[in-house]
Design a binder for this molecule. Structure first.
Ligand SMILES: Nc1ncnc2c1ncn2[C@@H]1O[C@H](COP(=O)(O)OP(=O)(O)O)[C@@H](O)[C@H]1O
Ligand SMILES: [Mg+2]
Length: 306
């Protein structure tokens, strides 16, 4: 869907050519503000991005197997348009190794062991890095929508074997791997996503626990089903999320302005303290449907940038 008049593009993926359903009301909100908008597939080779003054990344969720192509695209777009969020910020945020930077900055993250493909880990070396008890998670550092992510049981031999295979398969195709203990309070408390618009807290939602077992290639869809509901973030969650946002200008310098959008996903550790599971500055779902007024706020924030 392209036109000759629109100066704003919302970028999506080929599987969602009309945007994700949650983002669709944004089009009306922008139209009401007099902004003609095109929805454009990020890797469509026929698009002339230079015709758009601004490009806002939305549901570009199919890049996780080709992050370099995606990062190149952000830089290409930025040569002729204003990309939101900026390419430098996206480049930093595509790979979850940004969590190390957050940790170094003194922010609480989910404790993580990192496996680099260059290290050529054998099964034993992988095995010794698994926790001795409880459940644990294997996931690649570049992912979205729980793709390529599995949950395993440390004290079940067959489960450990599956986890080793999963990690080896990821490492074998050059992907970096994360090992985390499964933080069990997620099962009862869920995950809290805090959305910031223009650097200001906008709204928060609860996401139910997602992982129930080993990774299975055959259910690797664009994203796993997520059970969302409204939730007011606790004071402790607000505080951690605000600290993350405040750290960003230094960790991920962009264009000097507050980020158009940011989402901080927190889960409770075993003591119930919120820790960062994920910081989404690339293509987060913003869950407008669960927060009245949020889509208008986001549209206003876009208009203020044009
Ligand atoms: N260490 C963990 N403890 C508990 N749940 C986890 C853990 N890591 C991942 N999960 C579950 O898997 C989902 C996807 O993991 P996440 O790190 O958010 O990656 P992404 O959303 O980018 O695929 C989370 O929403 C959460 O339900
Ligand atoms: Mg997530």
């Amino acid at each position: 869907m392209t036109s000759t008049t629109a100066r704003l593009a919302l970028a999506t993926c080929a599987e969602l050519p009309e945007l994700d359903a949650d983002d669709v009301p944004l089009l009306d909100a922008l139209r009401e503000r007099g902004i003609a908008t095109d929805v454009v597939v990020w890797d469509d080779p026929t698009v002339d991005w230079g015709t758009y003054q601004h490009v806002v990344i939305r549901s570009t969720w199919d890049y996780t197997h080709r992050p370099t192509q995606f990062a190149d695209w952000t830089q290409r777009v930025e040569r002729t348009s204003t990309l939101l969020n900026p390419a430098a910020v996206v480049g930093w945020n595509i790979d979850k190794t940004y969590l190390r930077d957050l940790e170094k900055a003194g922010l609480p993250i989910v404790p993580t062991i990192w496996l680099d493909p260059e290290r050529n880990f054998d099964s034993r070396a992988i095995h010794t890095r698994f926790p001795a008890f409880g459940d644990f998670v294997i996931k690649p550092t570049v992912s979205a929508g729980s793709r390529d992510t599995g949950r395993y049981q440390a004290d079940v031999t067959t489960s450990r074997s599956l986890a080793i295979m999963h990690a080896k398969n990821l490492l074998g195709v050059g992907r970096r791997v994360m090992i985390q203990r499964y933080l069990r309070q997620v099962d009862t408390e869920g995950e809290t996503a805090l959305v910031f618009v223009n650097g200001e807290f906008s709204h928060s939602v609860r996401k139910g626990a997602i992982l129930d077992g080993p990774f299975r290639a055959d259910d690797n869809q664009l994203y796993l089903r997520e059970e969302m509901s409204p939730r007011e973030a606790s004071d402790a969650e607000r505080e951690v999320a605000e600290r993350v946002i405040a750290a960003l200008p230094e960790l991920a310098p962009g264009d000097g302005k507050p980020l158009l959008y940011a989402r901080v996903d927190l889960i409770p550790d075993d003591e119930g303290n919120p820790v960062v599971l994920e910081l989404e500055l690339t293509e987060p779902s913003l869950f407008f449907g669960h927060a009245p007024g949020s889509v208008e706020r986001f549209a206003d924030a876009i208009v203020a940038r044009l």
